[in-house]
Design a protein around this ligand. Structure first.
Ligand SMILES: [Cu+2]
Length: 221
């Protein structure tokens, strides 16, 4: 009997081959983020889902039983028009948008302060100049004054440029991505407790092509 040869489907494999063969192109990614005051319900279900003596859910203890909404200030992502909010998954909770980059990318964060206090955006993991540090921080060794983006006054905007270099991504042997934080950094403890913080995910060079393809595959299934 003649052995049957398994034939590869060129239609399916060709795009995959192109994707795999494509060099990882460094990208410039733009994010539009505003700081805004608001009210946040910390227990929207009306139940305590976290710290229960036995099994969750349980009742919310006093003095918070009927008082679990408080003033917050948060990072809200918009489209480039700064009018249309970008929806984010509910599981992100109070956090600001996920800022994603691949090693080699440049991220421009267009930040507008629509809140009442002075705030900024300071990233961990990225490389930046002093003006793009976004932290009210005197140079540790140089004593240099805080940069231009350290403190953005109410009603003002600032464009931060952050670079994802090799050390921003995972080291060899680590998983595909590294998670960092960004947050306001004038009075850091007070501002992060108000809600002014969010995640940064930096993937290894070339990985985002795989992620894109996997998403396509997943969506098509
Ligand atoms: Cu920090």
């Amino acid at each position: 009997m003649k052995a049957q040869k398994v034939r590869k489907c060129p239609i399916v494999l060709l795009p995959l081959a192109i994707l795999v063969a494509m060099p990882a192109m460094a990208q410039t990614r733009d994010y539009y983020v505003a700081a805004e005051d608001g009210i946040w319900d910390f227990a929207p279900s009306g139940k305590n889902l976290v710290h229960c003596p036995n099994t969750a859910p349980c009742d919310i203890p006093e003095p918070w039983t009927d008082s679990h909404s408080f003033p917050v200030t948060r990072f809200i992502q918009y489209e480039a028009d700064f009018k249309t909010p970008v929806p984010q998954p509910e599981w992100l909770g109070i956090l600001g948008p996920i800022i994603r980059a691949e090693v080699g990318d440049t991220v421009n964060v267009h930040f507008c302060n629509r809140a009442e206090g002075a705030y900024g955006m300071h990233p961990h993991g990225f490389r930046y100049t002093k003006d793009n540090e976004g932290a009210h921080f005197f140079g540790a060794n140089s004593g240099s004054a805080p940069g231009a983006g350290a403190e953005v006054m109410p009603g003002q905007c600032f464009d931060y440029t952050w670079i994802a270099d090799k050390n921003s991504g995972p080291a060899s042997g680590e998983l595909s991505s590294k998670v960092w934080w960004y947050h306001s950094h004038i009075d850091e403890p007070a501002e992060t407790n108000k809600g002014l913080l969010g995640p940064i995910i930096i993937t290894r060079k070339g990985i985002s092509i795989y992620t894109t393809f996997r998403k396509f595959w997943h969506d098509a299934a």
